[in-house]
Design a protein around this ligand. Structure first.
Ligand code: NDP
Ligand SMILES: O=C(O)C1=N[C@H](C(=O)O)C[C@H](O)C1
Length: 270
């Protein structure tokens, strides 16, 4: 993701790539590390040089452990953050929220930056009101280090919020009997079960399957390529300058896009 973000930023007329960070690749030629042609960009091994380089905003696609330290450093050094890293737990998000609010620094953490996945999550949140049974199946490449995916966790949370508002969890299997442990997947709030598949050849895919009497509704999203995440990253990079605290997700940015598309006159539609 780091290389894909570098390529995307270099292509934006209103953005300037300042540096790339990789602790194990410091000092190696930027093109060799990323495959991106850009003049004068260094691969640095340590985030501590970024304030000296005058960085306005960083993009973090690392891992949860690294990001915990990185985000604290960036908030304390007043550097805005756009974060795609997943694997955080609720306590992490609470602590980031506090950190960015205290330091009055804009940040966006989104478990998925692809527009289709954001819509999948929103449609699932709405559909949860109309179906009493639901399962999430996500499939990713075999090198993914966290399970379930951040997207699956965010989707389950949004669906659970809908069910909590109704005061009714999804219907669960009454026996809860598994011949082989784990057959019913991971159980999250409001009885949303998540099934994680890891397979060679996959990029990022998710289905949310709702069941009702005599029917089912499947909402599916597929990222076939890492480029799918880039329009959302670019939107977040522009919008983060309007923030002074942490925002979760990018659905609020898409809401604004709708206003722009429909001239601010949506008349309650969508
Ligand atoms: N929100 C979204 O839309 C998306 C989110 N993701 C998430 O982004 C994260 C990264 O995914 P992906 O690129 O596939 O994973 P990779 O493992 O390919 O890349 C992570 C990179 O971060 C580097 N790294 C580790 N620690 C640090 C550090 N302290 N500072 C800087 N770099 C560091 C790693 O280096 P090394 O290997 O040397 O340790 C590695 O090169 C994952 O959490 C994934 O779930 C992915 C795609 C989309
Ligand atoms: O690791 C990945 O590849 C992805 N991670 C994110 C997640 O955990 O949801 C987003 C997308 O699914 C790709």
């Amino acid at each position: 993701m780091g290389s894909t973000v570098c390529r995307t930023v270099v292509e934006q007329p209103d953005m300037e790539l300042v540096a790339a960070v990789d602790p194990k690749m410091a000092g190696i030629d930027f093109f060799q590390v990323t495959g991106v042609r850009a003049r004068g960009i260094e691969v640095v091994g340590d985030i501590s040089v970024l304030p000296i380089l005058g960085v306005d905003v960083i993009v973090d696609f690392t891992n949860a452990q690294a990001a915990r330290e990185n985000l604290r450093f960036f908030a304390e050094n007043k550097i805005r953050c756009v974060v795609g890293t997943t694997g955080f737990v609720a306590k992490d998000i609470d602590s980031f929220t506090h950190l960015f609010r205290e330091n009055k620094v804009g940040a966006i953490i989104a478990s998925n930056f692809s527009i289709g996945a954001v819509l999948m999550m929103k449609l699932s949140e709405i559909s949860a009101a109309f179906f009493d049974s639901a399962e999430i199946v996500e499939m990713h490449h075999e090198r993914k280090v966290d399970a379930p995916s951040g997207t699956a966790i965010s989707t389950a949370k949004a669906m659970a919020t809908t069910r909590k508002r109704l005061g009714r969890p999804f219907i669960d299997d009454p026996t809860k009997k598994e011949t082989i442990k784990g057959a019913r997947g991971a159980e999250s709030e409001s009885n949303v079960h998540i099934h994680s598949l890891r397979t060679v050849g996959a990029v990022a895919h998710q289905e949310v399957i709702f069941g009702g009497v005599g029917q089912s509704l499947t909402i599916r999203h597929d990222s076939y390529d890492r480029s799918s995440f880039m329009p959302g990253v670019v939107m977040a990079l522009r919008e983060v300058f309007s923030l002074q605290s942490l925002a979760l997700g990018i659905d609020w940015i898409l809401e604004r896009e709708l206003d722009v598309l429909f001239g601010g006159d949506r008349d309650g539609e969508f």
